[in-house]
Write a protein that binds this ligand. Structure first.
Ligand code: GLP
Length: 246
């Protein structure tokens, strides 16, 4: 595993964007697995800047997002489709038809999960999957549980995730209780994984994920088994990992 400890959020974002840009430059028609949340916002800003400078094109890229809230329309301002449009897609030259996010409005979520899994499979899975991490060690919306779910599925969000994400909604009551998410198996099939983490409140989850036992109670711990992981974090998020080496 490659670890980049950067001084702050901006430096973390530039480093993560460089890893993504390297992927796009070396394989312009790559499949990018994308993530939402506050962690990758700065990364997307940097990618947009390089695109505007004429240094980076997404014209041949296909994207697959990790997850979507179940019940939110694509134009709901807290849906992950809306997040992707406003934080990246609307500002770069990616072809709209080449962007994929699970549908939060599907009548039959099981059918939508199967359809989405097939879309990702037919694209050959992600060349590079970007991941944030929940404070409870979740990736995508794979919450701590007693097994590692393989394929895209519907999940019940945990109270801690609802609480953590309530800051984006008018109140915790407005946070959807369920989500559609790629499974751990879908994520692990990506050729490369890039994890971005910032802030003190992630330090314990990062330590458990990369130094603790590989257990489904810490979904991100499965990444220890992936052959190509790059972890980019700021000093506070990586503080416990680096203490190990002192
Ligand atoms: C949500 C997303 C995850 C994300 C996590 C952390 O639950 N489903 O993909 O990694 O939040 O978010 P943040 O980066 O805002 O801490």
């Amino acid at each position: 595993m490659r670890i980049y400890q950067e001084k702050d959020y901006n430096a973390m974002s530039r480093r993560a964007a460089a890893v993504i840009a390297a992927q796009v430059v070396s394989k312009p028609d790559c499949v990018l697995g994308l993530a939402t949340g506050s962690s990758p916002v700065g990364t997307y800003k940097q990618l947009i800047q390089w695109h505007e400078q004429g240094d980076l094109s997404f014209a041949e890229v296909c994207s697959v997002n990790l997850d979507e809230y179940y019940g939110l329309a694509p134009d709901h301002d807290q849906s992950y489709r809306y997040f992707m449009q406003t934080n990246l897609f609307d500002h770069v030259d990616i072809v709209p038809e080449n962007t994929n996010v699970p549908s939060g409005l599907a009548k039959d979520p099981a059918e939508e999960c199967a359809r989405y899994e097939q879309v990702v499979r037919e694209l050959g899975y992600a060349d590079l999957q970007l991941l944030g991490m929940g404070r409870n060690g979740h990736i995508g919306f794979n919450e701590p549980c007693d097994c590692f779910p393989l394929a895209t599925h519907l999940v019940d969000l945990t109270e801690s995730t609802i609480e953590a994400n309530a800051r984006f909604f008018a109140s915790a009551n407005d946070v959807p209780r369920q989500a559609l998410t790629m499974g751990i198996g879908t994520i692990m099939k990506a050729r490369k994984i890039l994890v971005v983490v910032s802030g003190e409140d992630k330090a314990e989850a990062v330590w458990k994920a990369f130094r603790g036992p590989i257990v489904p109670e810490v979904p991100a711990s499965i990444l220890q088994l992936h052959p190509d992981v790059t972890l980019v974090g700021d000093v506070s998020a990586l503080s416990r990992l680096t203490e190990d080496h002192e």
